[in-house]
Design a protein around this ligand. Structure first.
Ligand code: SF4
Length: 105
């Protein structure tokens, strides 16, 4: 039995079914968290959205063209844009140079 994934989960521990219950100081005292709402973070605030917008921006230019990275995209500032761009570079999608990106050939 895998206690961590089947019985003592962070969101809903099942102390009544737990073989460690007689020894556990946390038995019954663990707060059960409300399930997270998928709508809690608007999609345009996610890194996934930002990466998609960056790829769309760069691929809209003719092949091989260096495109300036925007200072702001939706909810995201220049730092977040830079981090996302570096992630896309590491993954082989983009080439980067001072404030500009292009699709990797
Ligand atoms: S009794 Fe303790 S170990 Fe078992 S499920 Fe509850 S909190 Fe987790």
């Amino acid at each position: 039995m895998d206690l961590a994934s089947g019985v003592c989960t962070a969101r809903a521990p099942r102390c009544e079914a737990c073989p460690l219950a007689p020894l556990c100081a946390s038995r019954g005292a663990v707060a059960v968290a409300e399930p997270r709402s998928r709508a809690a973070v608007p999609f345009p605030a996610t890194t996934r959205w930002l990466r998609g917008r960056l790829v769309a921006t760069v691929t809209a230019a003719p092949a091989g063209t260096w495109v300036p990275l925007p200072d702001r995209l939706g909810h995201h500032d220049a730092r977040a844009i830079g981090l996302a761009a570096h992630g896309l570079e590491r993954e082989g999608f983009l080439d980067l140079r001072a404030g500009e990106a292009r699709v990797r050939a």
